[in-house]
Design a protein around this ligand. Structure first.
Ligand SMILES: [Zn+2]
Length: 263
């Protein structure tokens, strides 16, 4: 065998071995994106009545033991750090089911995007949810901070606040929220639904921004899940794609509703 051919063969075998290792480490869910979404949303009803099923069952020591070998969550949830919006609780889920990424205002920067990509590419979760919530303190703070400038000029240029150099990192959060706040002001002006509209716009903006910034998520949604996630290396059916959806949690009623994203 020619040296170059032998080298290519060795490289191919190495890649296959790595892919197989990834698949074994977390064989990945068998749920398609739509099944994952139904499973996730079905957990909101038990939460509303307080009759937890999966949260009680799947948080037992025996389940913890089965997960030592690896995890196969079916949903990545980008949510707010707000203490009232814990994904496992509001969706009645136990260990190993969801892969939450939580940050004030459910925004994305490098680390959040990297975490989401890890959930999709390495853990093979086919569903990505961007979930905002009513009465979000981060979005409210952004609206209140930028409102004087919005009233004056109708638009805030980003970054409006001093970058956090050894100081106020909250400014970084607020700067990231400028585009959805601008967009909400354009829609409703300085009227009472401004904060609620900004919350919705933030969900839509963040989801769209994720597709722009993450080639991994974009490819999983538009072309298909990574090869290591598809049978026989992984557990998803051939042709499986990821799905990106928006959702909003109502801290008053406890209900989660889907928020349509831009096509
Ligand atoms: Zn919040």
């Amino acid at each position: 065998m020619k040296k170059s051919v032998r080298l290519r063969l060795i490289q191919s075998i190495t890649v296959m071995a790595l892919l197989a290792t990834a698949a074994v480490a977390g064989a990945g869910t068998t749920l398609t994106a739509n099944q994952a979404l139904s499973t996730l949303l079905s957990g909101n009803s038990p939460y509303l009545t307080g009759n937890f099923a999966a949260l009680s069952k799947n948080a037992q020591p025996a389940v913890r033991t089965t997960l030592v070998a690896g995890q196969s969550p079916y949903a990545v949830i980008l949510g707010c750090s707000d203490s009232r919006v814990s994904p496992e609780i509001i969706f009645d889920k136990g260990l190993g089911e969801v892969f939450p990424v939580r940050v004030a205002g459910n925004i994305i920067a490098d680390h959040e995007i990297g975490t989401i990509e890890y959930g999709v590419e390495h853990l093979c979760a086919p569903l990505v949810v961007v979930m905002g919530h009513t009465k979000c303190g981060a979005v409210t703070a952004a609206v209140n901070t930028f409102l004087p400038q919005l009233v004056t000029s109708g638009h805030v240029v980003t970054p409006a606040l001093v970058p956090p150099v050894g100081g106020n990192y909250i400014n970084s959060l607020l700067n990231t929220l400028i585009p959805p706040v601008n967009s909400a002001y354009l829609l409703v002006g300085n009227t009472s639904p401004l904060i609620d509209t900004a919350i919705d716009e933030n969900i839509k903006f963040t989801a769209a921004d994720l597709l722009v910034k993450s080639a991994i998520v974009k490819e999983a949604v538009e072309v298909g899940m990574p090869a290591a996630c598809i049978t026989p290396l992984g557990s998803l059916p051939v042709g499986a794609k990821a799905r990106l959806v928006g959702a909003k949690y109502d801290v008053t009623t406890g209900k989660v509703s889907l928020v349509p994203l831009a096509p």
